[in-house]
Ligand binder design. Structure first.
Ligand code: HEM
Length: 414
């Protein structure tokens, strides 16, 4: 959700065939890279007349946007009330407290407090649990010779891990996944589908009530989990309010699910489409960390994010006006030949692979160590236990949440 500036950029001609809106075409959704290539080479700082926003696609410019532009892009509850949009106020109440939508100093405060709770040792203690969860998910499938990677592994694994990490009943994972998908729709889509809005808002109401109850329960029975740690985290006498704990628990839950699902799904699809690379990885599992970075670069689970220009700024020969919205397309920057030699080639041994799939600078993904760990265990276990893994024939279908790039299903045999 963002308030896009309504002023025309006065840049004259803007080619409609370059609109990011074409991601709604199934063909472009299946392979957005030719569109990104055109944007990067023909109009790297592009005014999109349909989305009423700037689209930035070169690696260097995406880094500039992520480093220097404002993340405070959601309308406040007061602005929405003034705009006579009261139904969106509950969503804004949550978003304005999430670290992802804050600028300094508010961002640094929330991130530092949350870092007290989400420590490297907390991630490390999850390692054996992640392996156990992966094993038990695959155990139930081993008797078959086929599975849907998305439904059978990529959805449940991060959902169960996230529930366990936060200190929520793991049996609630399907409900948590459904809420996360609705929340991701509010964050990731620019279609503004009015038919979906009531469901998304209802889902948010239920999720907030659930998390407030969980916070209450954790206050009464503190234990060694992330919600308890967020409730007691302290920096120089400052603590998170209950509203901030709820908003950022929701952020950690949604941030940790859709994305990791897409790393596992997109990653396995990509390996299966590149059999020589897959065989190389099977033969040398020590390459898994570098393969994960390459898979994140090649089919990034989050394709873009947005920011607002802090001032009038010159970029790529264009003037971006103060407070105009900018979409930074990490999926395009990750295929920029100026930064990555032969960018459309998958190379699990690629060196100097500083991709932008986890973004850059202050908002660099807070959960990256956990995502890498889950990805590592998922890929290692699948490749080890399923030596004859193969794609089932037929087209694959991509989810229509455009910022979050992921598959609806991935049927495989093994
Ligand atoms: C492959 C999996 C993942 C990918 C590709 C990913 C990607 C990203 C990206 C691109 C951002 C920055 C967005 C922006 O700057 O607008 C981000 C931020 C964030 N991610 Fe992740 N993420 C993943 C997994 C996770 C996990 C597992 C968690 C939590 C356990 C998580 C929690 C967060 C949080 C809290 C932020 C906000 C950080 C801040 O604003 O300071 N993410 N992630």
């Amino acid at each position: 959700m963002s308030l896009h500036a309504q002023t025309s950029p006065m840049t004259g001609h803007s080619d409609p065939t370059l609109s990011l809106y074409h991601l709604l075409d199934q063909e472009v959704l299946a392979n957005p890279y030719p569109l990104y290539h055109r944007l990067r080479s023909e109009d790297p700082v592009h005014w999109d007349p349909y989305l009423h926003t700037w689209i930035v696609t070169r690696y260097a410019d995406v880094v500039t946007v992520l480093q220097h532009f404002s993340a405070s892009r959601t309308p406040t509850p007061e602005q929405l009330t003034a705009l006579d949009l009261p139904t969106l106020v509950p969503l804004a109440e949550v978003l304005v407290r999430q670290m992802l939508f804050l600028d300094p100093p508010a961002h640094g405060r929330i991130r530092a407090l949350a870092s007290k709770a989400f420590t490297p040792s907390r991630v490390e203690t999850l390692r054996s649990h992640i392996q156990d969860i992966t094993n038990s998910l695959l155990d139930t499938l081993q008797a078959n010779n086929h599975m849907d990677v998305i439904a059978d592994l990529a959805y449940p694994l991060p959902a169960i891990v996230t529930a366990e990490m936060l200190g929520l009943p793991t049996s609630d994972w399907k409900q948590l996944t459904a809420w996360s998908a609705d929340f991701a729709e509010a964050l990731g889509n620019f279609q503004h589908n009015p038919d979906h809005a009531p469901r998304v808002l209802h889902s948010l109401e239920e999720m907030c009530a659930y998390f407030h109850a969980a916070v209450q329960e954790h206050r009464e029975h503190p234990r060694d989990d992330l919600i308890s740690a967020l409730l007691t985290a302290e920096v120089d006498g400052d603590c998170l309010s209950e509203e901030e704990v709820v908003a950022n628990s929701i952020m950690l839950m949604t941030g940790g699910q859709e994305t990791t699902t897409n790393l596992i799904g997109n990653g396995l699809l990509t390996l299966l489409r590149h059999p020589a690379q897959l065989e190389k990885l099977r033969a040398a599992p020590f390459l898994i960390p570098s393969a994960i970075e390459e898979l994140l670069r090649y089919e990034s689970p989050i394709q873009y994010t947005s920011r607002l220009a802090p001032n009038d700024i010159q970029m790529g020969g264009r003037t971006i006006r103060k407070r105009q919205a900018v979409i930074a397309v990490m999926g395009a920057a990750n295929r920029d030949p100026e930064r990555f030699p032969d960018p459309d080639r998958l190379d699990i041994c690629r060196q100097d692979n500083r991709h932008l799939a986890f973004a850059w600078a202050a908002h660099f993904c807070f959960g990256a160590p956990l995502a890498r760990l889950e990805g590592h265990i998922a890929f290692e276990t699948v490749l080890r236990r399923m030596p004859r893994l193969g794609l089932e024939p037929g087209p694959v279908s991509w989810r229509e949440n455009l910022a979050f790039r992921g598959l609806t299903t991935l049927p495989v045999t093994f």
